[in-house]
Design a protein around this ligand. Structure first.
Ligand code: MEZ
Length: 562
């Protein structure tokens, strides 16, 4: 110390002021958090008082518990710093992020007489997949426990930016956008280099419109549509004004799960899948922040714990050339679910298929959404020249950037593009954008030759007018870049998505190495392989979480009833 608790004591508060008369501490830290709010007001109220340039109490992570960052009897640590690099003072805090270990604790022997909770279905991971599965299974009459090892729910889904791909939606029809399920299937297969599981891709495309309707019925806003790389039509659904999709949908899902009183447990890491000795899954072993080891006995287990982009050792194991690269992922994306399923006998597919996203802000973990390019931005190198079709697939765009001097490039756009996409304001807020009143002014600030940059923009604007990009064959150029001010963000590729994972069938059952389903074990989302093959198209990930999250919830509920 001294810690936050000491400061409270100095103010005359005793232990029960924060911990209640029962002094009970569950893994959600329910009592303490409600005591914080009782004295200090809600997160929104605290945010109103903030004078900081970056208001940590008002973030895209939604309404979080106070104890996510503030600890009573240990160093406080800002959750934001897991991804950001702000100068952020936190009372009794360390300027460091609390990040989970990238490896699961090894359990040699499970102690006898452990507390055992009982449920129908236990779900590992509270991102979009886990929430979609939990709500669906609950609505089919199953009792559900949703586990999340991080102190907040939302996972990587919460960070999803560009959109959710779906075809033949009501919203597309209203906007007069021509698209079809077949076209989405073809684009996805082509994007994945024809190595995806065609059956799973058919489901993704066919159920995508219903997934958008379902989310909308739960209160999400998917009313804007943009176009992302590798898509033959505008099908990336996102909130109005082009706001980020992830925070909007995960907060709607969370609210719906809470309204249904689903048992959501944060700070709760599943560390082993339990089975009966005959191959049937019977539950999980959990390590809770306060409850320590305990068991949950369940009729079905759903793995929805995402991929492993934030596990640098594993990324380098499968792709040695990606060693040391930054990532766009939240620190919890360490691949626990894949590891747990593997240890339970599940087969793995496509593990070497790791996607790097071309545009992560240089020196950070902040993804600059592909939608900035989708809405018209171009990429230029240090010579002030374009070097690639900006809307090509991510692997090709990333390879092109890594081939430039400095292994980075500049995303260049203007006031018109800025106005077209609400997410861009966030990059200004985070100080990631360099602005110039003229092209020459911008060029000077980012140290590229002004004449080259001017020539590049004038050639590009001509291509926009002629609707033909002879230089790089960019298929879609929705806006020219000629309205001051002019802007640039330095970007470099970062590990973004792991395409491989547990092998599943069309009912989201995990397949064993002998090709048969493991009874009681289900999986969906990024921790499964087969949907994206060798390369995932932007916007297909959120679609996968909802389409297969609903399927896995339904399948597991059916299985649990048998
Ligand atoms: O699906 C994605 O990964 C995506 C659209 C990312 C982004 O650039 O916004």
């Amino acid at each position: 110390g001294p810690y936050l608790a000491d400061a409270h004591k100095d103010k005359g508060l005793n232990c029960t002021a924060c911990h209640g008369d029962t002094m009970e501490v569950d893994d959600n830290e329910t009592l303490v958090n409600s005591a914080c709010v009782k004295c200090h007001g809600s997160l929104a109220k605290v945010a109103e008082k903030s004078e900081e340039a970056v208001n940590a109490h008002k973030s895209h992570l939604g309404n979080m518990n106070c104890t996510v960052c503030h600890a009573g009897h240990a160093d406080s640590m800002s959750y934001c710093l897991g991804c950001h690099h702000f100068d952020m003072n936190i009372p009794f805090g360390k300027v460091a992020a609390r990040v989970p270990s990238t490896t699961l604790p090894v359990v040699k022997e499970i102690p006898a007489n452990l507390r055992t909770d009982k449920t129908d279905i236990v779900i590992i991971g509270a991102g979009a997949t886990g929430f979609a599965a939990a709500i669906t299974a609950h609505d089919r009459g199953a009792k559900v426990i949703l586990l999340e090892k991080m102190p907040i729910t939302g996972g990587n889904s919460q960070l999803a930016a560009g959109g959710m791909n779906a075809s033949e939606t009501r919203i597309q029809k209203e906007k007069g956008i021509k698209d079809s399920v077949d076209l989405m299937y073809e684009d996805t297969m082509k994007g994945g280099k024809n190595t995806s599981d065609p059956g799973l891709v058919k489901i993704l495309a066919k159920d995508s419109a219903a997934a958008v309707d379902w989310l909308t019925s739960l209160g999400a806003d998917l009313s804007d549509v943009g176009r992302l790389g590798g898509a033959s039509a505008a099908r990336a659904h996102r909130p109005s004004g082009g706001a980020a999709v992830g925070a909007n949908i995960t907060q709607a899902l969370k609210k719906n799960a809470e309204d249904r009183k689903i048992d959501i447990r944060v700070n709760s890491r599943a560390i082993k899948i339990l089975e009966d000795g005959k191959g049937r899954v019977t539950g999980v072993l959990v390590e809770g922040k306060h409850s320590k080891l305990y068991k949950i006995s369940a009729k079905a287990v759903i793995i929805a714990a995402g991929g492993f982009s934030a596990n640098p050792e594993r990324v380098a194991y499968y792709q040695p050339t990606f060693k040391g690269m930054t990532t766009s992922n939240q620190p919890g994306a360490t691949g626990d679910g894949i590891h747990l399923g593997d240890a339970a006998g599940g087969d793995l597919v496509d593990m070497k298929q790791i996607q790097i996203h071309p545009t992560v802000a240089a020196g950070s973990r902040i993804l600059i959404t592909e939608a900035v390019r989708g809405n018209g931005a171009i990429l230029v190198n240090r010579d002030g020249r374009r070097f690639v079709n900006e809307m090509t697939t991510r692997d090709a765009a990333s390879a092109a950037i890594l081939a430039q001097t400095g292994k980075s490039a500049f995303l260049v756009f203007d006031e018109g593009i800025r106005k077209s996409l609400r997410q861009i304001e966030g990059y200004f807020h985070l100080n990631l954008v360099t602005a110039g009143t003229t092209i020459a002014d911008l060029a000077a600030k980012i140290k590229v030759p002004a004449a080259e940059l001017e020539a590049t923009l004038s050639a590009y604007n001509k291509a926009v007018d002629e609707k033909s990009d002879a230089a790089f064959k960019r298929p879609d150029m929705p806006r020219s870049i000629k309205t001051p001010r002019f802007y640039a963000i330095e970007i470099m590729p970062g590990v973004h998505y792991t395409m491989g994972g547990l092998k599943v069938d069309a009912n989201a059952q995990v397949m064993a190495k002998d090709g048969k389903p493991i009874p009681g074990l289900f999986a969906a989302g990024e921790g499964t392989g087969g949907v994206h093959g060798a390369n995932r198209l932007g916007g297909n990930s959120i679609t996968q979480t909802i389409v297969f999250g609903r399927i896995v919830g339904e399948s597991a509920a059916k299985f649990a009833k048998q």
